[in-house]
Design a protein around this ligand. Structure first.
Ligand code: NDP
Length: 240
């Protein structure tokens, strides 16, 4: 059995591709999800990957979930904080609820996911943390004040964790996907999607597997000296 990897939001979209890529690379993968039992069941049937239901927005549930994964599979050595949501609205129409839901999932959710696992990584002197941020956290986005704030905040988290984890053999990095062909993006009206693609120099959406391969490299032994970095995978849409 390989190292145990936890992927939050690991049953659909980018997270599902990450779960599969890590399994193919020899990791024992636990895929977390929030509530879509049908999608999780289908994912397990297709991949054989074990799934675990809890909301990353809930600290106690995240702590109990991580403990359950460790009881079932062994110490979590790799964690991919991927779960994320959007609640888009122009700022003047954004409700406090839309703001808070996105903060709770995309920003506090990263704290809730990594914090319970961190002490074990420090003790074992090995760990890999990857957060899935977004191009929109790097550049901002109309109608995404909440989302962009969380994704920019996620970059602050990994830069700080990189400094705290370094002498314990723990790396922390972020991947900032551009627009990727998942349900989240395919749900927008076709006209809007066409205008999005027009802004991408590569002339296409990214594939979830292209993000998964970045993650697989960042958690590998070969990437042991890479920490605090941001990998932009956006088809040239935004150059930092
Ligand atoms: P999807 O909507 O396709 O999948 C989201 C996954 O996250 C699902 O497994 C879902 O579980 C899970 N999830 C949502 N909320 C929670 C929660 N509170 N607790 C636990 N799991 C949760 O998303 P994508 O694959 O498109 O996005 C994945 C990540 O990549 C997100 O962080 C997103 O912000 C980021 N990203 C996506 C881009 C894109 O173009 N798609 C671009 C840039 C960044 P369930 O199935 O139960 O709902």
């Amino acid at each position: 059995m390989g190292r145990v990897a936890l992927v939050t939001g690991g049953t659909r979209g980018i997270g599902a591709a990450i779960s599969v890529a890590l399994k193919d690379a020899g990791y024992t993968v636990a895929a977390n999800y929030a509530g879509n039992d049908a999608a999780a069941q289908k994912f397990t049937e297709q991949t054989g990957i074990k799934t675990y239901k809890w909301s990353v927005a809930d600290y106690e549930a995240s702590k109990a979930g991580a403990a359950q994964v460790e009881a079932d599979l062994g110490p979590i050595e790799v964690v991919i904080a991927n779960a994320g949501i959007t609640r888009d609205a122009p700022f003047h129409k954004m409700t406090p609820q839309q703001w808070q839901e996105v903060i709770d999932t995309n920003l506090t959710g990263v704290f809730n996911t990594v914090h319970p696992i961190w002490p074990g990584m420090r003790e074992r002197k090995f760990g890999r943390v990857v957060v899935i941020s977004s191009v929109n956290g790097q550049k901002g986005q109309f109608a995404q004040v909440n989302y962009a704030a969380t994704k920019a905040g996620d970059l602050g988290i990994i830069k700080s964790l990189a400094q705290e984890g370094a002498r314990f053999g723990i790396t922390a990095n972020a991947v900032c996907p551009g627009y990727i062909a998942t349900e989240m993006v395919m749900a927008v009206p076709e006209k809007v999607r066409e205008s999005i693609i027009a802004q991408i120099p590569a002339g296409r959406l990214g594939e979830p597997e292209e993000i998964a391969r970045c993650v697989a490299f960042l958690v590998s032994d070969d990437a042991g000296f890479i920490s605090g970095s941001t990998v932009s995978a956006n088809g040239g849409q935004f150059v930092v």
